[in-house]
Design a protein around this ligand. Structure first.
Ligand code: SAH
Ligand code: SF4
Ligand code: F3S
Length: 450
């Protein structure tokens, strides 16, 4: 890197909210080093991809995107500019050798647990040119102890309270890429939340792969659960909204469900992935619950807060899934009546148990089942959005809209909402009358400050 010139960086993020959070924390580190963010990779001295390995397509796309970065690196070289290309995230942890062989122009690769070492890695690269540093340790230290203060960039902020997962669902790569489940201490989380609120955060979304099994250390040295943490966070003045994601159904304790009744700041929306409605498939997936137990949890949640809306993830075409199993999934969708959900075709991940199961489902059948499921889910989402018309909802406005004079926000149910408004309305919560409910967004008119 050149002395006396501000180093510019570009980060592209793939995958889940954990990766969005990680990218933000990496950006915080780079900014502390005096680096400046740019929107186009061609303008960047440092190009960083934060990657996802959850499905095969995600990983393949990375290599084609990286190929385009090589072209940019070569073009910049012709202009006399040096470019460092880095890869972070889950692909690195799972396939660091592939990165070194398929993309030899990459200068460094770091896993999801070691990105706090990026400043050190960049210093090494500056000293010894043309080396490729690969850091995929599962380190003894916690990255959170080395990151700079997390400051708000808007009214909504993510806060990772846990890392890794011990569930080992038989289709899933995450326990191998993010390691065993560890929970951050309560006081560290409360401090990070207070810092966020002091810098204008109104809503915090607590993150973890299995966030409801949170078991961090309290100030008395004893283990605390998510319900305890939610109660503590609720006491923070200035914090208006709290969410947590993603929850594992078998870990929805009664104490946590009660928070949905008692804590007014907790939003009436919960992402509670079911994956499949068939007990046979749930067992083969190593999910620790049946469809009946899931329905009992849903009932309890609805008793605690009748306004609650649920969302889910589904996988179709898991090995051994028959028409009957798939129909059981459709039945569950009907019974729970999700307001929104994500659905995916099963993707074989090397190293996971299900990748070598017999009776892998044909692509054509996966495709057909996905279409049937998504049509149903989308029509439920549209119905819910239409039912919102005429209601007044508190909306947290986050950004300018595509057209001038328009702004975007989110309702308590995470729906995107468009309204007429200006810069003064952004990062504020306003009561809005809903005037339109479409498939992907609502429209409304701002009434007043909520
Ligand atoms: N920890 C979260 C989800 C992590 S991954 C949870 O357990 O809910 C997000 C979603 O990707 C999963 O819920 C699952 O639906 C999907 N997914 C994970 N592995 C997959 C695979 N091999 N094929 C298809 N979808 C997968
Ligand atoms: Fe993957 Fe299952 Fe853990 Fe979610 S709970 S991250 S699906 S192993
Ligand atoms: Fe992807 Fe890693 Fe998240 S595999 S879904 S980025 S935990």
């Amino acid at each position: 890197m050149r002395f006396g010139v501000t180093v510019k960086y570009y980060i592209k993020t793939f995958g889940c909210q954990m990766n969005v959070y990680d990218s933000k924390r990496i950006a915080d580190m780079l900014q502390n080093m005096g680096y400046q963010s740019v929107d186009a990779p061609a303008d960047a001295d440092l190009i960083l991809f934060n990657t996802c390995h959850i499905r095969e397509k995600a990983a393949e796309k990375l290599f084609s995107d990286l190929g385009r970065m090589e072209i940019i690196k070569n073009e910049r070289k012709e202009r006399g500019l040096e470019t460092i290309i880095g890869v972070a995230g889950c692909v690195v942890q799972a396939e660091n050798e592939q990165i070194a062989t398929r993309a030899p122009y990459v200068n460094f690769a770091t896993g999801p647990l070691t990105y706090h070492r990026i400043p050190e890695i960049l210093a090494r690269i500056a000293r010894q040119k043309d080396i490729c540093v690969i850091d995929t340790d599962f380190p003894a230290e916690s990255k959170f102890d080395f990151l700079p203060e997390n400051k708000s960039v808007g009214g909504c902020s993510y806060l990772a309270i846990q890392e890794g997962c011990n569930n080992f669902c038989t289709y899933c790569i995450v326990p191998y890429t993010r390691g065993v489940e560890t929970s951050r201490p309560v006081d560290d989380i409360l401090q990070e939340a207070k810092n966020l609120v002091a810098t204008n955060t109104l809503e915090i979304n607590l993150l973890g792969q299995n966030v409801n099994s949170y078991h961090g250390e309290g100030s008395d040295g004893k283990e605390k659960n998510l319900a305890y943490l939610l109660n503590k966070l609720s006491e923070i003045e200035g914090l208006k909204r709290i969410r947590y994601t993603t929850s594992y159904p078998a870990d929805m304790s009664d104490e946590l469900i009660a928070c949905h009744k008692n804590l007014k700041k907790l939003m009436p929306y919960l992402h509670l992935p079911l994956q499949s409605g068939s007990d046979k498939i749930l067992k083969a997936m190593n999910r620790r619950h049946t469809s009946g137990q899931y329905l009992e949890i849903v009932e309890k949640l609805k008793d605690a807060n009748p306004e609650i809306g649920l969302s889910s993830d589904f996988i179709v075409g898991f090995p051994g899934e028959t028409d009957e199993d798939f129909n059981a999934t459709m039945e569950m969708v009907k019974k729970v009546n999700y307001i929104q959900a994500f659905s995916f075709k099963y993707s074989r991940r090397a190293g996971t148990p299900a990748a070598v199961y017999e009776h892998q489902v044909e692509e054509k059948i996966k495709q057909q089942r996905l279409k049937i499921l998504q049509d149903d889910l989308f029509s439920r989402q549209l119905n819910f959005n239409k039912e919102c018309v005429g209601k007044i909802m508190p909306v947290l406005f986050e950004s300018k809209g595509k057209k001038t004079g328009e702004i975007f926000g989110r309702t308590p149910y995470m729906q995107t909402l468009v309204a007429k408004g200006g810069a003064d309305d952004i990062n504020k919560i306003k009561n809005v009358i809903i005037t339109f409910g479409g498939m992907n967004a609502l429209a409304g008119t701002i009434k007043e400050e909520a």
